[in-house]
Structure formats: C-alpha cells, structure tokens
Design a protein around this ligand. Structure first.
Ligand SMILES: C[S@@+](CC[C@H](N)C(=O)[O-])C[C@H]1O[C@@H](n2cnc3c(N)ncnc32)[C@H](O)[C@@H]1O
Length: 262
C-alpha cells in the first residue's frame, strides 16, 4: 500500500551503532533527540514509577501539542489514524450496542468516532494523563458529542478494579503498550479477562521486534510477539496475531486477546 511504513523488525534502536548511523543519516534530529534525552532523564529522576514518569512525559508533550502527544504529526494524520482504528473495529463486527473500554484513550483521536457510533454511555475511556483528558473533553465539544455521555476517567494502574465484571464487548488499547514496560502489560492482562463480556475481545497494538527486545528512553518499547502471547497464556487468555492489520499503513502490530475457552 502506498505510504505504508515498513516495519523494521530486526533493528535495535537502543544500540549505539544504530544511534550513530541514524544520527549520520539525520543530523537535523540530533539536537531534538538530545533535548528529549535530557528531559526524560530529568523526569525519570523525579518519577521513579513508570506511570508517574509517563504521565509527566504526556504533560510536557500535551502542553506543546496534544495531537503530537498522541503520536500524530498533523491534524490530517490525527484524523487518519483515528479513522483507521474505527474502520478496523467496524470491519471486525463492532455494533452500536457494544460496550467499549478504550485504554489510553488519549485526546479521542479514534475515541470521538467510537463515541459518535456507539449508543449513549457505551464508551468508556481511561488514561493516566489528566492533561490529555482535558484535551479529550475539548474534542468532545468540537464534535458536539455531549449527548453521548461517554465516561472519561483518569487511571493510575491497569487493575481495572473500579469496573464491573463481564461488562465490555470490546476492550481496545491503541499505541499504549508501545509505551509500556512489561509489568504494565502483565498487570493489564492479569485483570482484563474479568471485565470482558462473554464473547468479547481485547485488541492492542505493540511495537514488534523479531530481534532483541529493547526500549528507547523508556518511552518506546519493542517486544517479540511470542513474549506477549506467552504472557496472555499465563493469565489463561488466548492471543491471536491480526494479520489483516499488517496490511494497513501503520508501524505497529496488533494482537487480539480472548478468554481462554473462547
Ligand atoms: C500514543 S497515545 C495513543 C492515544 C489513543 N489510544 C490514540 O490512538 O489516539 C498513548 C496514550 O496512552 C496513555 N497511556 C500510557 N500508558 C498508560 C497506562 N498504563 N494506562 C492508561 N493509559 C496509558 C497515554 O497517556 C496516552 O494518552
């Protein structure tokens, strides 16, 4: 597909060799990268736990540009990335009657489309960042979706303990585990089965590597598929690699989690 970002599955972005080669190819990005490194070191020194650290990263990014904070270079990309998520779930059977939990909903890049489509009260977005949730509320106003009464809630962990058993037909986390250490993913997988309705599923994207697992600045994490499939199995869940997502112009891969017997 035109414009499709090629997945570079064997690159270790944390290695010195990769970074030196990248700097030689993109000298204009060296200063911004050094600035980001310095900021992240400072934030990590102040926030020892990952959620606290990443919340501070989001506060800093969202203050500059909420669309960029959720990973979109422009409003046009923000719209396109939201549409891609929405179309994919619709093609996979999402109906207005479904109840949806959107983990790491950001500023509703896709969320506003789900809210518009689902029945009132059927969308539940959670995020660790109060700054991005303020921006999410602005998105709701922009698209005049007040009557849909979505829930937008701040979260501090992924135990999902404040949500009812068996409630959600679809749980969704787009571009969240690509920013999460394994303990955060493990916590989510330990608890998500409880909130899934019978026949429900949990889709999440991740940055895939076929080489060594690594992270960059503890902002971007790269996992092997089998690591995440194995983690799901340890929590009694089944994980399916979504081949049709690979055909879309998106750099991450997608797994679908269902209850073990489903
Ligand atoms: C790249 S943005 C994607 C936002 C949204 N899913 C989208 O596609 O537009 C990642 C979002 O996940 C949130 N996030 C990161 N870690 C999280 C966690 N452990 N629990 C909930 N939200 C998290 C961030 O605050 C941020 O809003």
């Amino acid at each position: 597909m035109a414009g499709q970002p090629r997945k570079k599955l064997n690159v270790n972005r944390a290695s010195v060799v990769h970074r030196a080669r990248y700097a030689a190819r993109h000298p204009e990005r060296v200063v911004p990268y050094l600035r980001r490194t310095a900021r992240d070191l400072w934030l990590r020194a102040r926030h020892r736990d990952h959620v606290g650290y990443y919340r501070a990263v989001m506060a800093s990014d969202a203050a500059r540009d909420p669309a960029a904070a959720v990973g979109s270079r422009s409003h046009q990309r923000w719209l396109a990335l939201g549409l891609m998520q929405f179309d994919y779930l619709r093609e996979h059977g999402l109906t207005p009657a479904h109840r949806m939990l959107d983990i790491g909903c950001g500023n509703l890049r896709a969320g506003w489309r789900f809210i518009d489509y689902l029945e009132p009260g059927h969308y539940y977005g959670i995020d660790i960042s109060p700054d991005i949730l303020v921006s999410a509320k602005k998105t709701l106003v922009t698209y005049e979706l007040q009557a849909k009464l979505p829930y937008l809630t701040i979260s501090g962990d992924l135990t999902l303990d404040f949500l009812p058993d068996g409630h959600f037909d679809v749980v969704h986390a787009h571009s969240v585990f690509s920013h999460s250490p394994i303990e955060v993913i493990d916590e989510c997988l330990a608890h998500v089965g409880r909130v899934l309705a019978p026949g429900g599923f949990f889709d999440f994207t991740f940055d895939r590597t076929e080489g060594r697992e690594h992270h960059v600045l503890r902002e971007d994490f790269y996992y092997r598929t089998e690591t995440l499939v194995g983690l799901a199995e340890r929590h009694g869940l089944k994980a399916r690699f979504m081949d049709d997502w690979e055909r879309l112009p998106h750099g991450q891969s997608k797994l679908r989690i269902t209850a073990g017997g489903a």
